[in-house]
Design a protein around this ligand. Structure first.
Ligand SMILES: NC(=O)c1ccc[n+]([C@@H]2O[C@H](COP(=O)([O-])OP(=O)(O)OC[C@H]3O[C@@H](n4cnc5c(N)ncnc54)[C@H](OP(=O)(O)O)[C@@H]3O)[C@@H](O)[C@H]2O)c1
Length: 331
């Protein structure tokens, strides 16, 4: 295998997306140094079960606000995938670890002379711009308006945008080869046992906790595709700049319709909370850069299906038992 003998660091290895990156990297023959805050926490146990983990996965204890711990994890690596970040709209918890943690990672990567750093940014660093016209195609040239993020208290988007800016600045200053992936909302199969924020976005429509759906749109992508996108941009020498990672934009009405069709056994809300305003329209975007690298995106219906199946398999969602009548009809 061309990659055997290469060691890469994945920060926040136990998270939803990073777990998939660790899985795919191990399958490709890499040795992976995965940073976690607590290697003994049962929530990271799934990593040790991955194929190749026993031989080639090293879990390193590191916190984003502890430079020395990051330096130790990154030392001796050929590449770094910086994926760890808080995912919250609490400004106190979000901004400092996202921004300073990113600066630390790039500095440690420069010291270790790694070949390339791939940073997981977000659509939140791209599309929060109130002045963008409806016909503008959202692509890698777009940046979120920081004042707008602050004024609307979108601290997650603010933190990710400032962290990505810092990543570009420090990389330039230190001569680090940086490539950035900007995923939209990530869905799909969970490898980890705990439910992360983007999965809650769907879970609430299945548990009965959401009685209506919002009059808004959202772009989605499959977790496996996002993990693969990171590896593709790492392995392709000519890859550069930012890569928008999105499959399609749906109105919430379309999301609940798909969920209700696949899973009629759950109380999926079919009423919009806003009956006054016109239906929000999807924005246009381009995922051409990743397609040009050979990425084939999983259709959004499959993303939704895999998410619910995964929630069932993890025991988060009960699988309703079949009614006696329906068993009778089928037999
Ligand atoms: N999921 C999405 O829809 C989506 C979309 C666009 C971009 N992203 C980006 O993708 C990345 C992964 O997100 P995810 O959805 O996989 O979320 P996740 O499951 O919550 O994973 C986040 C990871 O970051 C770690 N982390 C948080 N704060 C840390 C700190 N101070 N020090 C060290 N590690 C820390 C967490 O560790 P603990 O387990 O110890 O808390 C966890 O492993 C993030 O950068 C996120 O911004 C996600």
């Amino acid at each position: 295998m061309p990659v055997s003998g290469q060691t890469v660091c994945v920060t926040g290895a136990g998270g939803f997306l990073a777990s998939w990156m660790v899985k795919l990297l191990l399958e490709r023959g890499y040795t992976v140094k995965g940073t976690v805050r607590n290697p003994d926490d049962p929530k990271n146990a799934h990593l040790k079960e991955l194929e190749g983990a026993k031989e080639r996965l090293i879990l390193c204890k590191a916190d984003l606000l502890d430079y020395e711990s990051l330096k130790e994890a990154i030392n001796g690596c050929d590449g770094v995938f910086h994926t760890a970040s808080p995912v919250t709209d609490d400004p106190e918890q979000m901004v400092e670890p996202a921004v300073n943690g990113t600066k630390y990672v790039i500095n440690a990567a420069a010291e270790a002379k790694v070949r390339r750093v791939v940073f997981t940014s977000s659509i939140g660093a791209v599309y929060m711009d109130p002045n963008r016209g409806p016909d503008v195609v959202v692509d890698e040239s777009c940046w979120s308006d920081l004042e707008f993020c602050k004024n609307t208290k979108n601290w997650y988007c603010y933190g990710k945008a400032v962290a990505e800016q810092a990543a570009w600045e420090v990389s330039k200053e230190k001569g680090v080869d940086l490539v950035v992936v900007n995923p939209v909302l990530v869905l799909g199969t969970m490898l980890q046992a705990t439910v992360n924020a983007s999965i809650v976005h769907i879970l609430k429509y299945l548990t009965g906790s959401a009685k209506t759906y919002a009059n808004s749109v959202q772009a989605y992508v499959h977790v496996k595709d996002v993990a693969l996108a990171h590896i593709l941009v790492f392995e392709t020498p000519s890859a550069s700049g930012r890569y928008l990672c999105a499959e399609s934009v749906l109105h919430r009405g379309e999301v609940v319709e798909i969920l209700a069709k696949f899973f009629p056994e759950y109380p999926v809300p079919l009423k919009c909370s806003d009956e006054k305003n016109p239906r929000a329209q999807p924005y246009k975007f381009s995922n051409q850069k990743l397609k040009d690298l050979g990425l084939e995106f999983t259709p959004v219906k499959q993303c939704l299906y895999d998410t619910v199946k995964s929630l069932q398999e993890k025991g988060v969602l009960q699988v309703p038992t079949q009614k006696k009548d329906s068993i009778h009809i089928q037999s």
